[in-house]
Design a protein around this ligand. Structure first.
Ligand code: COD
Ligand code: ATP
Length: 201
């Protein structure tokens, strides 16, 4: 069974992923894959340099993520361009990894994909779990974790479908409310895993 794990930026996907990993469930993380497919020499790397110019590179020729982030989170067209370059490689890589894990016999595999709803990737999954917190908590946690100003946090939040909209999507099978303590979230993850393992709901 392939479980999609999604949410909004800083709503707690990594926190929930780590709890699943602790229970022995493998997680494929789209953010990690998206870093891997843009390392020097990869096709997406070359395309990014062509589209955004050499000035997007650091001295060691790797992509300056902070600089690229500054550009794409303030400009919808630029973000769309970057997504068109990076997303096909991310999808292919994640699909390969999931197939390998399935062949190894893992009954449950998690795909952690921040933009699952925006990119309409439901077809890659059997069920989708949404990690929810109200937008105010999302903004505060994002500002604190990344040391962003309110403006920087807002640009990033606005580049995604609002988390309250995502919560209403009928294609979501389960919601984990991560607005309480870590241990409250852990309890929800354990309960959900139990359900999934028993094949309920
Ligand atoms: C713009 C980039 C270089 C900024 O890098 P940075 O290291 O600062 O952020 P990181 O990659 O860790 O992403 C943090 C979070 O930002 C959000 N985010 C990332 N990319 C996007 C995007 N294109 N649109 C909306 N939100 C995004 C996600 O919630 C993600 O979890 C990077 O995010 C990127 O290459 N994005 C395009 C690829 C992508 O869509 N990745 C998301 C999963 S496939
Ligand atoms: N229940 C919680 N209580 C307090 N802080 C939390 C809780 N859950 C997560 N956090 C904190 O909120 C921040 C965001 O969480 P996390 O990194 O798991 O989000 P994410 O959805 O994976 O983010 P991204 O979209 O950027 O990958 C982190 O600093 C994390 O430590």
């Amino acid at each position: 069974m392939i479980i999609g794990l999604t949410g909004g930026i800083a709503t707690g996907k990594s926190t929930v992923s780590n709890l699943f990993k602790k229970e022995g469930i493998p997680v494929i993380d789209a953010d990690l894959v998206a870093r891997e497919v843009v390392t020097p020499g990869k096709e997406a790397y070359e395309e990014i340099v062509l589209a955004f110019g050499q000035e997007i590179l650091k001295e060691d020729k790797t992509i300056d993520r902070a600089k690229l982030g500054e550009i794409v989170f303030k400009n919808d067209d630029m973000r769309k361009k970057l997504n068109e370059i990076v997303h096909p490689s991310v999808r292919a890589n994640m699909k390969d990894q999931a197939e390998q894990l399935e062949r190894k016999g893992y009954p449950i595999i998690i795909l952690d994909i921040p933009l699952l709803i925006e990119s309409n990737l439901f077809y890659l999954t059997d069920k989708v779990v949404l990690v929810f917190v109200p937008e105010e908590i999302q903004r505060t946690r994002l500002e604190e974790r990344n040391n962003y100003t309110e403006e920087e946090a807002n640009y990033r939040i606005r580049s995604q479908i609002p988390i309250t909209e995502k919560k209403k999507d009928e294609r979501i099978s389960y919601i984990i409310d991560n607005s309480g303590s870590f241990s409250e979230t852990e309890l929800q993850v354990k309960k959900l895993l139990h359900k999934l393992q028993k094949g309920e709901g």
